[in-house]
Design a binder for this molecule. Sequence first.
Ligand code: PAF
Length: 279
Amino acid sequence: MDPIESIAVLRRARAALSGSVGFVPTMGALHRGHLELVRRAAAEQQHVVVSIFVNPTQFAAGEDIARYPRDLARDLAALADERVSLVFAPQVAEMYPAGATTRIDVGPLATRLEGAHRPGHFIGVATVVAKLCHIVAPDALYLGQKDVQQTLVIRRMARDLDLPVQVIVCPTVREPDGLALSSRNAYLSPAERALAPELFAALAAAAQRFAAGERRADALRGLIRRHLAASPAIAVDYVSVADPVELHELDGLVAHAVVSLAATIGRTRLIDNIVLGAP
Ligand code: PAF
């Protein structure tokens, strides 16, 4: 399928689709996690639209935008076997023409965790997803749980801006050893890749302790930190036990929490999370 680069052409093609539309926004470098989102959308909606756009406004200075993996031909080949009606792959100038200065800031939720370590990141995410939703006009948006804060920010943005779109969060897809699938895993050297499953192992250890009755937020954070400290090549950015909606840190006893972490291995920054006490 030929990707559509122009907003005007995408709008016309979208208008010609009858029935419900599920939308999977991506930055390309598609992996099995993305394909699971596409399959879920295809199972639930009459049409699926996928966007492939490495969004410059969500990368802070010094981040990996220059080396972010880009291979449109490979991504299109991966989508060829899926039930996808349209692929939107605009250039930066199409999404952000000269003089486009409007940005969307969802407030404190976007400044915690990833937002604290990547200033402005979620302003870029909220802005591009809002723009994409206006262009694609989907009935439902499919996002992965691996980027839990992103899912909450986008849900908030959609609610506050009255976007008529349902936000559907799909489970994190993992390698057999537990590593969450991410386009950035491609950066890992073999030695770093061997270490990377420790991130999920630390979260799983906390889940096990929670299942055994541990409810103290500090104890859960401490357990994860100690687990990761056993691998000095893992540099921890944060370990969080947070409110599942606002993502502020929890103290005392927890009944329901998002437990998340970010860590750098070599030059690769990875994130992961689990939810404890989910209803
Ligand atoms: O998760 C991503 O790939 C990006 O943050 C998204 C949602 C496509 C916005 O650029």
